[in-house]
Design a binder for this molecule. Sequence first.
Ligand SMILES: Cc1ncc(COP(=O)(O)O)c(C=O)c1O
Length: 497
Amino acid sequence: MEIADKFKEVETEEETLDPTDWSQLKDLGCRMVVDMMNYLESVRERPVWQPIPNTVKEFFTKPIPTDPEGVDKTYQDFLEKILPYPTGNIHPRFWGWVIGTGTPLGMLAEMLAAGMNPNVGGLDHVANHVEAQVINWFKEIMGFPSTASGLLVSGGSMANLVGLTVARNTMARYEVRKDGLQAATQKMTIYSSEETHLSNQKAIEILGLGSDAFRKIPVNEEFQINIERLKACISEDREYDYHPVCIIGNAGSVNTGAFDDLDTLANICDQENMWFHVDGAFGALAILSPKLRSLVSGINKADSLAFDLHKWMYMPYEVGCTLVRREEDHKKSFSESADYVAHHSRGIAGGEIWYVDYGVQMSRGFRALKVWMGIKEQGIRKYGRLIQQNVEQAQYLEKLIQVSAELEILAPVSLNIVCFRFVVDRLDNSSLNNINKEILIRLHENGIAAPSYTMIDNKYSLRVAITNHRSRREDFDVLVKAVLEIGRELQKSYFPS
Ligand SMILES: Cc1ncc(COP(=O)(O)O)c(C=O)c1O
């Protein structure tokens, strides 16, 4: 008896996750694409958002299936239990937080990327070159030298973490990767305005610097960092033997879309020998519009820059980017060596681009493809026009608010964010806060529109952040009409007749 024959007796049939009937899955795949295209095409006809019924929530508490339910049933569950309950951000009247819209081609690109399923951490394959090309395009757009490096990441939070890691490691004056923060003889400090996004604080905490090391500098009336207070804080810290390492400039702050004076911040960093990181999550993309470009003046002087492509480039989630001026700083912060990832000169382990050396992740998806295809499809100028369009829509909304005595603008409209509230003459601030919060919730629950909210000078503000290529002016008319109607209805309970 042959050796192989002996094992045959105990062998079970080999399995795979591929379909037994490819033609059936191909048909279903075509149907899925058509269903999703119809879903996108008809988005305007649906409510922006609807609450998830309890029965649907319960559906997601069922135990793990041990036996197959089949692809048709699984897709049917998706259609019934998942598809109707999104965040709403693909809708033309979604303007909450800073959430982008996505595109039909972006959806298809995600499918193509998943079909190829490369691991873009390294090795010799074409996805690395696609990512490198995307990064090179953005280096040029942002005015970075061609020798700079970059990495596509999950979003702005990760982009800030990558940039600030390089900042800490480069400025520490000792081998912080090897010796850790225990070896620091002085406490490192980082400076930014009090309007800076929380992801920077998170990064500072993750980096072990401690949130107390984050100096939150007050802002001026335009919500920009107060330069004099910043300088005073740095010099006071030096007196007390702290080690100021980095200033974070805002290119489009999360609350109001304010731009810090990046040129001045870059000069201070130069004089003080500090790292200049810019959080341009959405605002950095204003550079694409010739009319808005001056706002980001100085962004090209950053040592590291974080921005998102899933916000104001309308790409599907997730994709952000970090650029670092000097590649050696970047690589020094993240590269590790091990026998099992040694680079060869030929074969799959060859290739000169290994993104594992530039960030936290080793295994990485092909997020570059949707960006590459989206830019090729439309041309970069179109994105600049759409960004400009969103800014003009913000100005249009500002005018609608200004002509209404019952509405009040709460912060200067410097870009694409409008903060406002419904006001009633004889009501105190606390009552107005309650009314505006209820207006917001009703706008959401009735599926009319989805602004978000923030507090400006203790006033609850409806906050419209427009990073939506589907919005039209008429959508803002709908918003204002609904805010006035709901507000007038709510005020009645304060003045019973
Ligand atoms: C200014 C700013 N920075 C960072 C972030 C975090 O980006 P992400 O949500 O992509 O992680 C945001 C998100 O809104 C932001 O507005």
